[in-house]
Design a protein around this ligand. Structure first.
Ligand SMILES: [Zn+2]
Length: 394
C-alpha cells in the first residue's frame, strides 16, 4: 500500500455568478429582500451525500436500468418513495437506491447530475460524501469507482464550473473493520480531491470510540476527521467523536445541545457542526422543527454551517435551509451571513477560493451596514455579530 500523504486538490475558482442586490440607497423595503440576499450568499455545501443527492429523475433513470430492485421507475413515484417514516426506513430506502448503482458509468452519471443540480443552485463548491464500501458491494469495481469519481469531478468543473472534493466515509454498522477497508481503498486509489474521512450510517449501533485507530491512520495520511455524531444519539457520542476520532468538524452533532460543557468546548475550539435541519425532521431525529437545537447551538457560540445532507431524498436544498432559518427562527440576514461565512471558513478548499468567498462575505456585510439604521436595528437579534464597517465593494 502506498503510505504517502494524500495530496489536497486546489479547487479552481468557481462561482461565476455574482447575483445582484438592490441598491442600498433606496431603503424602501422594511427589511432586506430575502431571496436576493440568499441568492447573493456564497453557497458552500459541506454536508452532502452523493447517493442522497441523486434527484428523482436520476434515481428513476437508474431504476429503469434495473427494475428488478423494485425502486419506482418514474420520478413522481420516486418522490413518494422518498417519504420516510423514520431513520430506519430512511436507511432501508437509501440501501435500495444504493443497490441500483453497480458500475462506474452509474457513478459518473450521479456525479455529473449532482454537479448540474449544484450549478443550478449557484453552489460552486461542495464536499461530497461517498461511501466506497457500499458501492463496491453493489458491484462497482474498485478501480472503476475511483476512475468514475475522477472523471465525474473533472466533468463537474469543465461542464458546470463546480468544484467537488470528496469525503470518504464508512457506515458505522460495518464496524472498525469496514472503516479500515474503506481507508485501505482510499489510500490505494488516492482519489484526487480526497479531503476527509467520515463515519455515517446508523449511529445507535456504532459507538465512535472503537474507530479510534482507523481515524488516527486517516489523519496521519492527511485526511481531515469529519464523522457524523450526535445526530440520533447523544452528546456523549459527540464527545467521543472529538476525543477519540479527533473530529475537526462534526456531521450533525445537534445533541451537543444537551451538554453545556460540550457546547463551550465546541465553541472554544471552533469545531464546526454541519447542521441539516430538514434532514433531522425527515429522518425523525427531531420531532418538530420548533424543538430543533439550531438556535440554541448558535446562542452558545458554536460554529454552525448549514447542510442539506440528502437533498433529493429530503426535498430540500441549501437555499431552503437558509430561508427556513429566517422564516422559522427569525434569523436576520446578518445571521444568515454568519452561517454562510462559517461554511466558507470550515471548508477544505483551496485558499484562493476561500479568499474570494470571504471577499463576497465582506461585501455583503458592508451592504447590510449601509442600509438605513432603523431598518437594521429592527431586524437585528441578540447574539448576531455586528456587521463590519466600511464601504460596499460593489
Ligand atoms: Zn449525513
Amino acid at each position: 500500500m502506498d503510505t504517502g500523504t494524500i495530496r489536497y486538490s486546489e479547487p479552481v475558482d468557481a462561482y461565476p455568478r455574482e447575483p445582484c442586490l438592490p441598491p442600498t440607497e433606496t431603503g424602501e423595503a422594511a427589511s432586506p429582500p430575502l431571496d436576493p440576499f440568499i441568492a447573493a450568499l456564497p453557497r458552500v455545501e459541506l454536508h452532502l451525500h452523493l447517493l442522497g443527492a441523486a434527484s428523482p429523475d436520476a434515481v428513476a433513470s437508474l431504476a429503469r436500468r434495473r427494475p428488478e430492485h423494485g425502486v419506482p421507475t418514474e420520478p413522481d413515484g420516486v418522490r413518494r418513495y422518498f417519504r420516510f417514516t423514520g431513520f430506519a426506513h430512511f436507511v432501508e430506502v437509501y440501501t435500495a437506491v444504493n443497490a441500483l448503482v453497480t458500475s462506474g458509468a452509474d457513478v459518473f452519471d450521479l456525479v455529473v447530475a449532482l454537479a448540474a443540480d449544484l450549478a443550478a443552485r449557484a453552489v460552486g463548491y461542495a464536499e461530497v460524501t461517498v461511501t466506497p464500501l457500499s458501492h463496491l458491494r453493489a458491484g462497482v469495481a474498485p478501480d472503476a469507482l475511483s476512475e468514475a469519481l475522477a472523471a465525474g469531478r473533472a466533468a463537474a468543473g469543465e461542464r458546470h464550473g463546480v468544484t467537488l472534493n470528496w469525503i470518504f466515509d464508512a457506515s458505522g454498522d460495518d464496524g472498525p473493520e469496514g472503516a479500515s477497508a474503506t481507508l485501505d481503498w482510499v489510500l490505494r486509489q488516492r482519489p484526487e480531491g480526497a479531503v476527509g474521512f467520515g463515519l455515517g450510517g446508523p449511529e445507535d449501533v456504532a459507538p465512535r470510540a472503537p474507530f479510534r485507530e482507523v481515524f488516527a491512520r486517516a489523519r496521519a495520511h492527511g485526511l481531515h476527521s469529519v464523522p457524523h455524531a450526535g445526530e440520533t444519539t447523544s452528546a456523549a457520542q459527540v464527545w467521543s467523536a472529538v476525543r477519540d476520532l479527533g473530529a475537526e468538524r462534526i456531521g450533525h452533532g445537534v445533541r451537543a445541545v444537551d451538554d453545556p460543557a460540550l457546547l463551550a468546548f465546541l465553541a472554544d475550539r471552533g469545531i464546526t457542526l454541519e447542521v441539516c435541519p430538514t434532514s433531522n425532521l425527515r429522518t425523525g431525529a427531531v420531532s418538530d422543527l420548533d424543538a430543533h437545537p439550531l438556535p440554541a447551538l448558535l446562542a452558545a457560540g458554536v460554529p454552525v454551517a448549514l447542510g442539506s445532507d440528502d437533498p433529493a431524498m429530503f426535498d430540500t436544498d441549501l437555499d431552503a435551509e437558509y430561508r427556513q432559518c429566517h422564516d422559522r427562527w427569525g434569523m436576520p440576514p446578518a445571521r444568515l451571513l454568519d452561517l454562510a461565512e462559517n461554511a466558507v471558513r470550515a471548508a477544505y478548499c483551496g485558499e484562493s477560493l476561500r479568499t474570494a468567498l470571504l471577499d463576497r462575505v465582506g461585501r455583503l456585510r458592508a451592504w447590510l451596514t449601509l442600509r438605513p439604521a432603523g431598518e437594521r436595528s429592527s431586524r437585528s437579534s441578540p447574539g448576531v455579530r455586528a456587521p463590519g464597517s466600511g464601504h460596499a465593494g460593489e
